[in-house]
Design a protein. Sequence first.
Length: 474
Amino acid sequence: MTALMKIQSFIQAYVKAIASILDVDVTIVDNELVRVAGTGIYADEIGKTVTHANFFHHILVSGESGSITDSMADLNCKGCEKRTTCRELANVAYPIFKEGAVVGIISIIAFSEGERKNLLENRGQMEEFLKYMSVLLESKLYTDEVKERLEQQLQVVHDAEKGWSFVGDSPKMKEAIRIGKKVAKSNSTVFLRGESGTGKEIMAKMIHALSDRRDKLMISINCAAIPENLVESELFGYEEGAFTGAKKHGSIGKFELAHGSTIFLDEIGDMPLPVQTKLLRVLQESVVERIGGTKPIPIDIRVICATNKNIEQMVEEGAFREDLYYRLNIIPIELPPLRKRKEDLPALIEYYIAYYNQKLGKSMRGVSPEALQTLTSYDWPGNVREMKNIIEYLENIAEGEIIQLSDLPDHIVMRSGKGFEDWSLDEIVEDYEKRVLSSMVKKGATLEEKNQLAENLKISRATLYRKLKKYDLL
């Protein structure tokens, strides 16, 4: 949709006002010669392409105003198929700009001799009037674009605050989302299982956002990121004087902070055994006791926990309390790894391309078939998190608007083994050779460094320079 068509309703009201003030007919066409607005006989032709457009085409190309004083004699009308039946007797037109480019034309038309006489007698004033009207339209286009950009930015902020979204339609992911939505209103503990990067925290945010506790902030804790000697004080808080270095008035713990809300315990498999014992009491009795404290503090929390470890094996090995495991594993939800939901990859790639286009101000349009095949056949050990990072990398380094196979990181291409089906052996070897040389040749490398590289590769300097020139690496 052209810039003018985006504000078509405003423009139509705009030309009606001009026509009423000047007692003339007005029309506006966009840079595709489609009539955006019009009065008089052109009111019924909005949305149609102007076929007799030699005059308008000249203004679009030149960016200068113009006029037709006599449609039967004017050179712009010569050769027009509608010349003999055209009802336009005269025309004054002015280009509409946006950021220096012509995006349309505003025109005053005379259909009668009286209108023609008035138009020609006042042509200077009419052209000046159209100039100001064009400037006003340009201002409208600018303010609307700024508003749209602001709304997009606000939407990004809103989405970030909402914090959850799942892309794809694979059966396993749909089932996980279905269960998550179904139990959101419950207060029962949810145990999220899945490899790192599969979206466990996003699932936790979704469950919280759909719960009756959504008006309060969900408290997230990465149990693996807290030093073992601080886990207990971070989770349950402490009283003044509980240990050396304790704050004067003590400190509230994360469980108290989550009162009335949801607490998300990520990587719970890394929780030390002594803390597991205290957590079990919190879950069973809905009370928390600070380090150094003497009285239990009632809390109302909903617990969601997550791990990428084999908890059952940890229970067998004595690394995780069996009674705590059963207390946590009330509503288990398994999030599938990306390699088991490959059908979602095209949608995920498209989603993150759009995401980083907006975030980085890029205009990437997609991936080539060879690149998509390679990305699809890759196993994605880091799951969606790895894929998201790869798309951000590609948005920054890809030259064109389409991500090509040559843009993909070496480890993905080599471990994928796909994307080369239609390539000859020479093409595959050349692609690999270019990748190797690109990684070994420093930007702005000196003559000595290049000579040393040739020696290391056991090839002549002439051969190295020929290959560098071939791959545009000089």
